[in-house]
Design a protein around this ligand. Structure first.
Ligand SMILES: Nc1ncnc2c1ncn2[C@@H]1O[C@H](COP(=O)(O)OP(=O)(O)OP(=O)(O)O)[C@@H](O)[C@H]1O
Ligand SMILES: [Mg+2]
Length: 262
């Protein structure tokens, strides 16, 4: 049964999609069968994998609303071992429509159950909010990965997220855990970011902070505008190297989980 990883942070623009796309590609390159679920109406993960939205018949929206089966929405990407359930702006409507549905927070979990055996790792790229869609992701995940930019209020946002995780854990998903915090768009020349990073490292145990730090690197943005993961666009760039190392770290953590689950 595949491991479900949610890439979560209610703060916008912290590198959730960049991380989701690049670890999906990285884990695929390491030989893992990966599904990435675009769970954000912005559909950036879909674009990040070079998928043209206009041609899509079924997306995460139809699947989450029970109008199509997950298998009907999932499509291959051009990249090794990676499939995607794409999203478009229509997913916005799900946030409202789900409010009327019984078991509204469990819809993604039910969807994933139908395809979990087909993959080693399922990555959910979340939207920047803690609304119904984000809660669905937390209910569906085994572990969360939290990309963080070391900016003022980063720690406050993280505390709020961890409160929500605690609530979801108690109410609906007792196995939910933080896999790790990953520092993204890091510029170590900035004194303020170093201080914020130190605060976060003081607050969280070292085993939930990824050793790999993702530097600010323009090649990453370029890769995205070409609809390519960085390890395929420019594997020797600083960003490509960092995401390769992060993928290895995540792969090791997944191997440990698999060992413990027998
Ligand atoms: N390491 C990096 N170096 C330079 N630019 C980056 C890096 N990581 C992400 N970016 C850029 O920062 C912007 C935000 O990144 P991204 O879309 O991954 O964030 P997000 O958390 O998914 O945003 P949202 O909350 O809107 O979903 C993008 O334009 C992306 O290209
Ligand atoms: Mg995003």
């Amino acid at each position: 049964m595949g491991i479900v990883l949610g890439v979560v942070n209610q703060k916008g623009g912290v590198g959730k999609t960049t991380t989701s796309v690049n670890i999906a590609a990285g884990l695929g390159a390491l030989g893992r069968k990966v599904l990435i679920i675009d769970f954000d109406p912005q559909g950036n993960a879909t674009t990040g994998f070079g998928v043209k939205k206009r041609t899509l018949e079924n997306t995460t929206y139809e699947v989450i609303m029970g109008e199509s089966r997950p298998q009907e929405a999932i499509i291959p990407t051009k990249y090794k071992n990676v499939k995607i359930m794409p999203a478009t702006n229509q997913l916005c409507e799900a946030e409202l429509q789900l409010a009327e549905v019984e078991q509204r927070n469990h819809q993604l979990r039910k969807v994933i159950l139908q395809v979990r055996d087909d993959y080693d790792i399922i990555i959910v790229d979340c939207l920047p909010s803690l609304g119904i869609l984000a809660i669905n992701a937390l209910v569906a995940c085994d572990r969360i990965i939290v990309p963080m930019v070391c900016e003022p209020f980063a720690l406050e946002g993280l505390a709020q997220l961890m409160q929500t995780v605690k609530k979801v854990k108690r109410a609906a998903n007792k196995d939910l855990q933080l896999m790790g915090i990953v520092f993204t768009m890091l510029d170590k020349r900035l004194l303020a970011s170093n201080e914020i990073m130190r605060d976060i490292k003081r607050t969280f145990p070292s085993d939930v902070i990824f050793k790999t730090e993702i530097p600010r690197n323009v090649r990453i943005t370029e890769a995205q505008s070409h609809g390519e993961p960085i390890i395929y666009y420019d594997k020797n760039s600083k960003g490509g190297d960092a995401y390769k190392r992060l993928s290895k770290e995540i792969n090791e953590k997944c191997r440990e989980m698999e060992k413990n689950n027998g």
